[in-house]
Design a protein around this ligand. Structure first.
Ligand code: F6P
Length: 363
């Protein structure tokens, strides 16, 4: 029997377990492969003794319905920038991908499937360049990964955000308030635009279209003048004003990941300073958007990604990432996935269509 290793890296996304199950079930059917999972991304491979779990029917049955990942995950200990203490006790980030590739081969694995976002695809590319037979599976709720039209977790995040938005609308109406709801997405506004259209927001702010605070004030005032005494705003965590910077926090120790979040409060203050007199309330959805059960669509997308990834392993198509493009399951070279992230085009039909529905972006 050949041995296949799976790892889930970066932030979790609903659908990860469906990918794992899809890989396991198709591998079992092949009768040629045993499937193992490295715990917490590749930390399981670094560990001594290794923390590697053999997958079985019992461990994978029914998991496609559950959020999270049975293999656990982490943003820390990226092997391309692995934190190592130098002789002075200072942390240096070093590339340990060559060593990691050797370690995986020495543990007897014939192939690897790595499920993750842009960071993980970059790691997969480096491992492949060091001779490791590896296939990537795209994952992110932000939907900003290049090389694929869609990633699983995105639709679930939009569904959760829309349900929350619907709830905020009724309370905004009752209190004649301006409600600001902040959604995730890093430097891309996909979750925000989709939620704003689905929920029927008046204002949507995204990183790709820096906003003019005066345009927002005009919109709010005109709504109140017309007697429509409430306003609902969706703001992406990476949104920024025309003259200003994005709200971010420092990375935690051992992570290169700059955290975003809190822009809802900044925007609220800016609106007050620019003259908005009505009450404003802020909601930051945060990690709720990544939790719970995946939508039916994300279960399908993730399951098919798993099946496709295993098919690629069996056919020896390494150094590639599974992709969903033009309504089809296909694959692209790993370098395509590590190019610049896919962001919302301000001139796209999506944005212009949202504007036709009366949503303003503050441009
Ligand atoms: O990339 C997914 C994502 O949820 C982003 O939308 C968000 O900025 C980030 O991860 C949050 O990361 P963490 O889980 O490390 O707080």
């Amino acid at each position: 029997m050949k041995k296949l290793l799976i790892a889930t890296g970066g932030g979790d996304a609903p659908g990860l377990n469906a990918v794992i199950r899809g890989i396991y079930k198709s591998a079992k059917k092949s009768k040629e492969w045993e499937v193992y999972g490295s715990m917490e991304a590749f930390n399981g491979v670094w560990a001594d003794p290794p923390r590697i779990m053999k997958l079985s029917r019992n461990k994978t049955a029914g998991i496609h319905v559950k959020g999270g990942t049975i293999l656990k995950t982490t943003n820390k200990a990226d092997p391309l920038h692995y934190p190592v203490k130098d002789e002075h006790g200072n942390i240096q980030l070093v590339d340990r991908t060559k060593e990691l590739a050797e370690r995986i081969k020495n543990l007897g694995f014939d192939a690897v499937i790595s499920i993750g976002g842009d960071g993980s695809q970059g790691i997969s590319k480096a491992l492949f360049d060091h001779g490791l037979p590896i296939v990537g599976v795209p994952k992110t709720i932000d939907n900003d990964l290049a090389g694929t039209d869609l990633t699983f977790g995105f639709q679930t995040a939009v569904q959760i955000a829309t349900e929350s938005f619907d709830k905020l609308v009724t309370t905004a109406e009752s209190h004649h308030r301006v409600m600001i709801m902040e959604v995730m997405g890093r430097d891309a506004g996909w979750i925000a635009v989709h939620t704003a259209i689905a929920g029927g927001a008046e204002i949507c702010l995204i990183p790709e279209i820096p906003y003019d605070i005066n345009k927002l004030v005009e919109k709010i005032e005109s709504r109140y003048e017309k007697g429509r005494g409430f306003v609902n705003i969706v703001v992406a965590e990476g949104a920024k004003p025309k003259e200003g910077s994005v709200v971010s926090r420092s990375p935690e120790e051992g992570s290169r990941h700059i955290r975003l979040g809190g822009v809802a409060f900044t925007l609220s203050d800016q609106l007050k300073q620019a003259g908005v007199k009505v009450e404003i309330r802020e909601t930051i959805l945060g990690h709720v958007q990544r939790g719970g059960i995946p939508t039916a669509f994300d279960r399908v997308l993730a399951s098919m990604f798993g099946v496709k990834a295993f098919e690629m392993v069996q056919k020896g198509k390494f150094g590639k990432m599974v992709s969903y493009t033009n309504n089809d399951f296909t694959s692209v070279p790993l370098e395509d996935a590590t190019k610049e992230n896919k962001t919302v085009n301000p001139n796209s039909f999506l944005v212009n269509g949202a504007k036709s529905l009366g949503i303003i972006f503050g441009d």
